[in-house]
Design a binder for this molecule. Structure first.
Ligand code: 5AD
Ligand code: SF4
Length: 484
């Protein structure tokens, strides 16, 4: 601790005490390294470990671009890297513990190689983990958060020029920064790109740490998003996924209730082959969004719509702004407008105070909605959130039993949904060579279902018709249409 340079420490309380009415200034920023950084970076190897959601993946791509522009090269091997960055996730406790395990494992090689270690992302926005890192992992040279990644060069230079751990974590974003680069630079895939449309979240679901770690909700300007998609298309990209913690509230911070539908339509009109978006908030949807989805072939017929619970009492305690009946109405409307839509969801099991009766309501809503897939999570108390202070009497055994019962149901539905695809023809965007078997190429169909076919690298980046031959719970096996 005594060697640390603490410019600014996180405060969850300050992060929660925000005024969404104040308009954040929009800023344009160039990605311009100093001569000092360029000479430091030449030929050095960097390794980025990213945990958590797509927002973190996108942030890591931006940081990757910063590093590539210093003349650095990327490596997958942490033990060989001169610069190691952990971009962390705070959503559940196990993601946080994983970080400490990783730091413990690399300590010896870091000290031996004199590697520079930086940690950023959501965990760094919390007070206790930052203290813990400073006390237990003093070999880490730089800690920063989610609200100042665009200042990365400045932070790195300050950290390199001094001793000890340099800590600069902003509890609130001070502006909405548009970086000058919005094309393919830094991105991990040459075919499929994430495009941020909103940052942060103002919903304050009682279990969730995100509104504290990613700040107040702010929407990028529509013209900046559309220009980014156009630029990606011009660079050969086939697919964009519009990203936000709560995409369908896009523009609500500017009092425009129809902004998401308008944005979706403008993005569709760029003519890029495939558009997806994640994650919507059920009751922020308006029918106009579904109409736009139905109207444009390049908006994919799949939706990830987090339900969280099927019990009204629990939804209320979660501070979700919809009831079971309203959720079902949204699903029905969606299925009327887009009959072939694939619907997936997120569900939390054993939220504090959840009774067997509440849980049965979750099971029955899952059956009624006939999801094509679902992510299921055991409730994980996040320090600082209201749910972490709620009374929780359910035994660990009961919690795991509920989790297993739900997982069984969800897997059955996924298997059934996948089986329906056998004998059909789908269009697949091929994105990678299978890690297990080099003769298999993998991609996703329009519904977002993972499809593997025998083939070679020539398929990568192409959209091809595939006949589905076999189904598994999480994937499909097919062959390119017309091939023997
Ligand atoms: N415990 C368990 N699951 C959580 N999620 C968010 N916070 C928690 C928590 N504290 C789940 C929600 C959300 C998904 C991304 O993670 O289901 O939709
Ligand atoms: Fe968390 Fe709720 Fe915001 Fe999703 S909508 S990020 S669950 S607070």
């Amino acid at each position: 601790m005594k060697n640390s340079r603490l410019v600014s420490l996180p405060s969850l309380r300050e992060a929660a005490r925000r005024n969404p009415d104040t308009v954040l200034p929009r800023e344009r920023a160039e990605i311009r390294p100093t001569a000092f950084l360029v000479s430091w970076g030449q030929e050095k190897l960097f390794c980025i470990r990213t945990y958590g959601c797509q927002a973190n993946v996108r942030d890591s791509e931006i940081l990757r671009l910063f590093l590539l522009q210093l003349g650095m090269k990327e490596t997958e091997d942490v033990s060989n890297a001169d610069f190691i960055l952990f971009n962390t996730c705070a959503i559940r406790e196990n993601a946080e513990n994983h970080l400490y395990g990783e730091l413990g494992r690399i300590k010896a090689s870091v000290l031996k190689n004199k590697a520079f270690v930086a940690v950023c992302g959501c965990v760094m926005q919390e007070e206790k983990p930052v203290q813990y890192l400073l006390e237990h992992f003093s070999f880490v040279s730089l800690l920063f958060g989610t609200n100042n990644i665009e200042r990365f060069y400045d932070l790195l230079e300050r950290a390199l020029k001094g001793r000890g751990t340099y800590v600069d974590i902003q509890s609130q974003p001070s502006s909405l920064v548009e970086l000058s680069s919005r094309g393919k630079e830094g991105r991990l895939s040459p075919y499929s790109a994430f495009v941020d449309i909103t940052y942060g979240c103002d919903n304050f679901c009682t279990y969730c740490i995100v509104p504290y770690t990613r700040g107040r909700e702010r929407s990028r300007a529509m013209e900046d998003i559309v220009a980014e998609v156009q630029c990606l298309k011009d660079n050969g990209y086939r697919q964009v996924t519009l990203l936000g913690q709560n995409v369908d509230s896009y523009g609500l911070d500017k009092d425009n209730k129809h902004a998401f539908a308008e944005l979706l339509e403008k993005v569709a009109k760029t003519g890029i082959d495939r558009i997806r978006f994640t994650t919507p908030y059920p009751s922020d949807f308006n029918a106009q969004v579904f109409d736009v989805m139905a109207k444009y072939d390049n908006i994919m017929p799949s939706l990830h719509l987090p339900m969280q619970s099927g019990s009204d009492a629990i939804l209320k305690r979660m501070n979700r702004r919809y009831t079971r009946a309203e959720f079902l109405d949204i699903v029905k409307l969606l299925r009327t407008k887009i009959p072939d839509v694939f619907l997936t969801t997120d569900i939390i099991v054993a939220f504090p105070g959840e009774t067997e009766e509440d849980f049965q309501k979750t099971l029955s809503l899952v059956k009624e909605c006939q999801f094509d897939g679902a992510f299921t999570f055991l409730f994980s108390p996040r320090p600082g959130t209201p749910a972490s202070r709620m009374e929780d009497k359910t035994s660990a055994k009961e919690k795991h039993d509920r989790f297993d019962r739900l997982k069984n149901l969800v897997d059955k539905l996924s298997t059934k949904s996948a089986r329906k695809m056998v004998g059909t023809r789908v269009k697949v965007l091929f994105e990678e060579v299978s890690k297990k078997d080099e003769s298999m190429i993998s991609g996703y169909d329009e519904h977002g279902k993972l499809v593997h076919v025998k083939g070679d690298k020539d398929l990568l980046g192409r959209i091809e018709e595939v006949d589905i031959l076999e189904s598994h719970t999480y994937s499909l096996i097919g062959k390119i249409h017309g091939q023997g």
